[in-house]
Design a protein around this ligand. Structure first.
Ligand code: KIV
Length: 268
């Protein structure tokens, strides 16, 4: 049976942390599903799948299409879909209309949106309308407009206090869980102790109630800069490159297709 967001929420204070990964396609969802409590259809797909410079170019339609694919490829994990940039920040009404579409058209269990205290009213509106929300604080990729925004959060006393206040504000607003991204360990640990819902860390230490990574980072398929918080469990990118090189050599030398891959007339 599929886990619900209530199962995720009930995981708070359990000894075993929540296992979460991103998925954008049905096949990848199928591979991850037996191992994960939660699959996030993250707007990181803008950069990872579509080669965009940031997550800001991702549309609601993209999230809905990929959300539907991930839901259809999985059976066990709780599915959460990101609200993309520009679809929820203007007003609680805008957020409600778009979040309803995401829920209705993907069959996901919750939406995720970025923001602390500023988003509390919006979160409350969605939750009161029966739409479960996962929050996202710390480094918030949709808000990054300059290099300094990529800095790790919580290093100064002001930043640490702001993060705790944001976490408490979205907890009061009714989030079912919250992602904490790129935040120093003592601050992530303090928030995890201070809130009654699970914290899901990405670059926020082992103190969180669960962990999430972008799957393509985890399997070593994303190019370019790999953040410090990523542990690569496989080198799939290298495997694809090597396979493509062998295929290219075989095609060029007419070693492929071989007999086994060729259709012939059936013997009569
Ligand atoms: O979009 C995404 O993949 C995310 C994770 C990094 C948490 O928000």
């Amino acid at each position: 049976m599929r886990k619900t967001i209530k199962d995720i929420q009930a995981h708070k204070n359990k000894a075993e942390p929540l296992v979460c990964l991103t998925a954008y396609t049905a096949r990848v969802a199928q591979l991850l599903d037996p191992h994960c409590d939660l699959l996030l259809v993250g707007d990181s797909m803008g950069m990872v799948l579509y080669g965009m410079d940031s997550t800001r170019g991702v549309s609601l339609e993209m999230m809905i299409n990929h959300g539907r694919a991930v839901a259809s490829g999985s059976a066990r994990a709780c599915i959460v879909v990101d609200m993309p940039y520009g679809t929820y920040e203007d007003s609680p009404g805008q957020a409600l209309e778009n979040a309803r579409r995401v829920m209705d058209e993907t069959g996901c269990d919750a939406v995720k949106l970025e923001g602390g205290a500023k988003m509390a009213e919006t979160i409350e509106t969605l939750v009161n309308a029966g739409i479960p929300v996962v929050g996202h604080i710390g480094l918030m990729p949709q808000s990054v407009s300059e290099e300094s925004d990529f800095r790790v959060k919580g290093r100064s006393a002001d930043s640490a206090a702001q993060l705790l206040a944001d976490a408490k504000a979205i907890e009061r607003a009714g989030v079912s869980a919250m992602v904490i991204e790129a935040t120093i360990e003592p601050v992530a640990a303090g928030i995890t102790q201070a809130v009654s819902v699970p914290t899901i860390g990405i670059g926020a230490s082992v103190a969180c109630d669960g962990q999430i990574l972008v799957t393509e980072d985890m399997v070593g398929i994303t190019g370019g800069h790999v953040p410090k918080f990523v542990k690569q469990y496989a080198r799939v990118g290298e495997m694809i490159g090597e396979a493509a090189a062998r295929y290219a050599a075989d095609v060029r030398s007419r070693a492929f297709p071989e007999d086994a891959q060729i259709y012939r007339k059936k013997a009569s």
